[in-house]
Design a protein around this ligand. Structure first.
Ligand code: FPP
Length: 242
């Protein structure tokens, strides 16, 4: 069962104070393409703007005291997009990772982690991902997880296969929890852009997630939108089936 964390006061920083914060927030960064189209720009421009928002919101999660934040950046299905768009996204990940050392590790004290399949990702990007994880592993702030080449069903299947390889013949929920990408249960899922579906994101971890939707497109998503989602979460009565 997911835990709640009570946040330290942020009143001095001008940020709102929350009595209850989700321990783990999952964010589906949706709407980049539509944002670009509205401006007559290529989709890659929407992703670039979305990457800036990711930088800001991931840091804000840390400043608010959220312990884990998972961002859906690239799904196992996204390889089917035009090569040009896939290449643009991979370039953005690389640019981010090249600056992540100074930005995330030093200034923000957050941890960076990647969840998803490694197969299909270039060796150069894998090396940068490994370095970023290594460089930030002792940080004590927010664990920022980037879901890259990630699919929730595939995560569960690979957890089952791991258990089978360990010799299990009867799989329990605990076996799966032990063998997925070890992210804790997700308390709140945020999806902008007007879509109201999970899209294969954190299927196992979202069993008791609260959902928050908004019409705002991801590149327009602001701290205020994040605060609105957190305010709404504070009001939810979570019973976990009990
Ligand atoms: C879905 O919106 C978004 C994606 C498939 C990519 C999300 C990636 C980013 C925001 C960039 C992340 C960068 C870093 C550095 C982590 P869509 O493009 O499908 O939008 P649409 O539904 O409007 O077409």
């Amino acid at each position: 069962m997911a835990l709640f964390s009570k946040k330290n006061s942020t009143a001095q920083s001008g940020r709102p104070d929350f009595d209850i914060l989700p321990e783990h927030v999952g964010i589906i960064m949706d709407g980049n393409g539509r944002w670009a189209k509205k401006r007559g720009l290529p989709r890659s421009a929407g992703h670039k703007a979305g990457a800036e928002v990711f930088r800001n919101i991931s840091k804000e999660c840390g400043r608010l005291g959220i312990k884990h934040a998972t961002f859906y950046a690239f799904s196992t299905e996204n390889w089917r997009r035009p090569k040009e768009e896939v290449d643009a996204l991979m370039r953005l990940f690389k640019e981010y990772l090249l600056e992540a050392k100074a930005d995330i590790a030093a200034a923000e004290n957050n941890k960076l982690r990647f969840i998803g399949e490694r197969e299909g990702i270039s060796d150069e990007l894998l090396r940068l991902m490994d370095e970023a994880e290594e460089d930030t592993k002792n940080n004590t702030g927010c664990e920022i997880m980037l879901a890259v080449n990630y699919g929730g069903r595939q995560e569960i299947v690979s957890a089952v296969n791991k258990s089978l390889r360990e010799g299990k013949t009867q799989i329990t929920e605990q076996d799966i929890s032990d063998n997925i990408y070890t992210v804790p249960e997700c308390d709140l899922i945020i999806r902008p852009s007007g879509e109201e579906r999970l899209s294969n994101f954190l299927l196992w971890q979202a069993a008791y997630s609260e959902f928050w939707y908004s019409d705002v497109l991801w590149p327009d998503f602001t701290n205020e939108d994040l605060y609105s989602a957190l305010r709404e979460f504070e009001k939810r009565n979570r019973r976990f089936g009990g």
